[in-house]
Design a protein around this ligand. Structure first.
Ligand code: MOS
Length: 734
């Protein structure tokens, strides 16, 4: 029997069971427990399951951007070698519902095509190559309609969406008046392009049916959230769908929601009576899943002569398909990062026939801070002030928009520690004046901030008398380190060495976890494991006749009142408990966010415009760090994303039809090793009692926040040129 130990975060958890650290596991820089499996090819990814009688599916996509399909001629494809069937279903073949964001019915037919390359059918064949070849023989007949492809032209009739991750619009005081009366002002437009998450593993699903319904091996970040989406798309009850995703080769938002290949594979499998595998090609991932929206952001800053902000305006235009409600919440960090009594933060959507826009790593902050943090740098320059000092002057005691305190905010501490570690006092203070041969040298910094979230999450833990434990939840590990930190938490709280804990993830057959998104995964799923273990500890204490507070568990022994007892002498059978964490009022009563600061040194070649990054220092505060190694790696990854956003990443849309032109890793330029210097990442000690019982805050998206702006500011410092249009490619510097 398993009882459920539930905690709703309506008040702080002052004391964490992790504080005692008896087992010495939490916080340590431990290697990933599943690492050896991954590097030896023993971790099975969704496309790799050996399934008997499997058939291969290949997506057929609309060869036009906007209009109505009148006929799909499948004869030639069906006659091609090895073809089992060509399957389409206008009622169920859904537009990528990746973020579950369509205004009304999430199920939409694709008889009406709204972006170039939208999947409309799937060819199923005995072999992958046969399916791909036959897909080229499917002839789609259509009436082409008129689309919208011009972002600038659409700005005049953009619409205001319903509130999302951030309010769509917010106003406090009067920014126009603040601008008119300020001692110093900045007013400018920054633009950022569409981007793709570009995870290493493409979207891939294997679908198969039996009497219980659909089983789908699918590379998805949020199985408990994706299950009802997929069920809905197929007209099934959620319990008739089981998603299995123990290993995922990167997500970054691109796999938050279901993508077309899962629905197509499920329909094809049902129709053909065979298990069907559908793996998207790299090009399909780039142009038929989900993108980060391009943005145009107007930033207005009003300050007095001492640099104190009196007003902040952050008005963003982003794009998405007609009827989609998701908007890139570019102003999300602007709400709480700096003080200033007059504020206006808005988001408008320009309706474009471009691939669906949705979440990509740090939706909002990632691009919003590319604008805000450069505007702050320009303001510092105008004031003749140290950019670090300007930020410290505008640090605040409490949330500047709501009458609530921050849970913890070590922002100034991050700025100071980063400046010290980087050697900021020795920076170049005169833009364009430090030169070594052909190279102009510059130094830049920017703030990092990312709100902290908690999601409902459940986990089951079983403790065996032999001193081993099993953790089960449908939470995922998308490369972030979930297997490791959940092993650490369970090992710590049950007093077991880490190799005595087995963590099983990514299967709807397990209790529903938070999934990996919004940097809430570690805090949410970790708390559910914590709560299950707390419940087990209470049972052990009871069996020993002591209070749980007096119980220490270490190396398979229970220690209380000078008695050392082996687990097998306390319990005769396995003890099982389920833990569940739920967000509560504490999320509203305090503002919770991680903070940080980036510092970097760049070189810009005066002849070619080439930018090289020489040095990087970043300092973050995000509550308790659960594993120093995996947390540091999260920040490395975030900073690399930021470098890409600053210098190279850009999806180019054909102006005639919105089609993405550069749709592979050769043409969509991500930073490679040679583009990234040694990254010096430090965490400040912090405990957030308001966040969760672990006292930890999210880390997966904090590193990207502000990183690109530090690069842009360093380039401005090196060259004297302010490029407000990302990415800062060399042509813009010459
Ligand atoms: Mo994240 S963009 O919520 O995977």
């Amino acid at each position: 029997m398993s009882d459920k130990h539930t905690l709703t975060m309506d008040k702080p958890v002052e004391k964490s069971l992790l504080d005692s650290g008896a087992q010495g596991l939490v916080g340590e820089a431990l290697d990933r427990v599943e690492g050896p499996k991954k590097v030896s090819g023993k971790a099975t990814y969704s496309a790799e399951y050996p399934i008997e009688n499997i058939a291969y599916g290949f997506l057929v996509r609309a060869p036009f951007a906007v209009g109505r399909i009148t006929e799909i001629d499948m004869d030639a494809a069906k006659a091609a070698p090895g073809v089992v069937d060509v399957v389409t279903d206008f009622d169920r073949f859904i537009r990528n519902s990746a973020q579950g964001a369509v205004k009304e019915a999430p199920v939409q037919g694709v008889r009406d095509v709204v972006y170039f390359g939208e999947p409309v059918a799937i060819v199923v064949a005995e072999r992958y190559e046969q399916a791909r070849d036959a897909a080229s023989l499917v002839r789609i007949v259509y009436d082409e309609g008129k689309g919208s492809f011009d972002f600038e032209a659409g700005i005049s009739h953009a619409d205001i969406p319903p509130d999302g991750a951030a309010p769509a619009t917010f106003e406090q005081g009067n920014i126009d008046k603040a601008m008119a009366t300020a001692g110093v002002t900045i007013d400018g437009d920054w633009t950022t392009p569409s981007q793709n998450s570009a995870a290493m593993e493409p979207h891939a699903s294997i679908a198969m049916w039996d009497d219980d319904g659909l089983t789908l091996y699918g590379a998805y970040q949020m199985p408990s959230f994706d299950r009802p989406s997929l069920a809905d798309a197929l007209g099934l009850k959620p319990e008739k769908v089981r998603i299995i995703a123990p290993y995922i080769g990167g997500g970054f938002g691109g796999k938050l929601g279901i993508a077309p290949e899962s629905v197509a594979a499920a329909i094809a499998s049902k129709t053909t009576g065979r298990p069907v595998k559908a793996v998207m090609t790299r090009q399909q991932v780039f142009d038929a899943t989900v993108r980060r929206s391009n943005t145009k952001q107007r930033i207005r800053l009003a300050a007095d002569r001492n640099g104190r902000l009196t007003g902040i305006g952050h008005e963003s235009h982003t794009s998405n398909l007609p009827d989609e409600v998701f908007f890139e919440p570019a102003g999300i960090a602007t709400h709480f990062l700096y003080g200033g009594e007059n504020r206006k933060i808005t988001h408008d959507i320009v309706r474009l026939n471009r691939m669906l826009a949705g979440s990509m790593r740090a939706p909002g902050e990632a691009v919003g801070l590319l604008a805000l943090e450069c505007a702050m740098d320009e303001l510092a320059e105008k004031l003749g002030m140290d950019p670090v000092e300007l930020r410290k002057v505008n640090d605040c005691e409490q949330d500047p928009e709501k009458d609530i305190p921050y849970s913890t905010r070590s922002f100034t501490e991050c700025l100071d520690e980063g400046a010290k570690r980087f050697g900021w006092e020795k920076r170049n203070t005169t833009p364009g004046k430090l030169r070594e041969g052909e190279w102009l040298i510059g130094h830049g910094m920017a703030s990092a901030a990312r709100g902290n979230m908690l999601q409902p999450s459940e986990a089951r833990v079983v403790l065996n008398p032999d001193g081993s434990a099993v953790v089960e939840t449908d939470m995922t590990d998308i490369g972030t380190g979930t297997y490791t930190i959940l092993s650490q938490i369970a090992g710590e709280l049950l007093g077991l060495p880490i190799d005595r804990v087995e963590v099983r993830l990514g299967d709807n057959a397990f209790p529903p976890g938070s999934g990996s998104g919004g940097s809430f995964g570690a805090g949410s799923s970790g708390s559910s494991v914590y709560l299950a273990c707390e419940s087990i500890r209470e049972k052990l204490a009871k069996a020993m006749g002591v209070s749980p507070d007096d119980l220490t568990l270490k190396d398979g022994e229970a220690i209380a009142a000078n008695r050392h007892v082996a687990l097998r002498d306390i319990i005769d059978g396995a003890i099982e408990a389920t833990g569940r964490i739920e967000p509560g009022e504490q999320g509203e009563k305090v503002k919770q966010a991680g903070h940080g600061a980036h510092f970097c040194a760049v070189r810009v070649n005066a002849v070619t415009g080439e930018v090289r990054i020489d040095r990087w220092t970043a300092v973050f505060a995000a509550g308790r760090i659960l594993n120093l190694k995996t947390a540091t790696s999260q920040c490395y990854g975030g900073i690399v994303f930021g470098i890409g956003a600053a210098l190279t990443e850009e999806l180019v849309h054909d102006p005639h039809n919105g089609k993405i032109v550069n749709r592979d890793l050769a043409e969509y330029h991500l930073p490679v090793h040679a583009d990234v210097p040694h990254l010096d990442v430090t965490f400040l000690p912090e405990r957030d009692t308001h966040a969760n019982p672990l006292h930890a805050k999210g880390i997966g998206e904090l590193g990207i926040a502000g990183a690109g702006a530090a690069v842009a500011n360093a380039i401005a410092n090196a060259t004297g040129a302010r490029v407000r249009d990302y990415p800062i490619t060399l042509d813009k510097l010459l």
